[in-house]
Design a protein. Sequence first.
Length: 336
Amino acid sequence: ELAAQQEKEKRALRKQIEIEKLRADIAREQERKHLEKELKKQNEIKKLVKEKQRREEIEVKKLVQIQAGLANNVAQANEMRRDLKVLEMMNTIDDDLLSDQWDDGGEWKHEHVTVIRAAPLALQNLLAAPAGQDGEQAQVSIRPATQPFSYGGVRLAYHMKYRGERWVAKTFLKGSLSWHRGENVQQMHTTAVASFLAQRFNQACASAPRCTAKEMRYNDALLLRTTREGEDYYFMAEPMLEGEFEKMNGNNGYAVMDDFYTAHAFSHYSHHVTGGKVMVVDVQGVRRGNVYFLTDPAIHTDPRCGHFGDTDMEPQGMKTFCSTHHCNGFCVALGL
């Protein structure tokens, strides 16, 4: 009986142990399921947070795009207002009244400006950094006319009195004021480079036997800065060219081949003396005796030497010039 009792107690103990073990397993399973549920909940929260962040980023991008669009619309509106002003002004210009007369009763205004001269250029500077730096500056007074006397595709021309002499002020038809500065600075340095190469051309012709080419002389273009409507305003000015204005070649291959041999030789020489890095074209101006007084040049460049504005057609422009150019006696005399 005692043995039976002990066996009975052992079975009861084993059963109790199994029950406790089962309870522990159930508890662990419940804990596992609880942890999985919490982890799933956390993952869902993370997904919701990421989705919220993604939507917020999309909204921010949309806002940025809207702001950029609004800014662009404002810029376009300002540009349109400037263009409308130009059109209104152009509509007031009677082509029959455009002339070079100075004493025609037109209105003149008085304005204080800062004159910025192009920095002197040496050939090595020309090839290394065509844009250069702004040079001499001085405060002066000018008297520009209130209405233009002529206009072209991109600029208006106004009579201007400067130090008692007749000058021409040139302003762009379109573009922002900051754009005007960049374009005018570029044109100023373009003129400085063309002037430098013209001087070299004149020296080469003077020392070359049988070279009777005319002297090439560019106007001393100035960049003027003043304040208009609370903003800095830039425009170009140069001495008035008196005489019959002639365009000798262009930046697109245009050339008057029956005359102006000096101009064509000069363009060829500018390309030769700079080792093919620079070519002066758009040679135009007036002739007085044996001197051509020139203005508004264009320059084609090797892209590695910089860029001279919208009229710079780079190597393609040089090729176009060469396709229409025929060497003349001046080219031969200069060994081109």
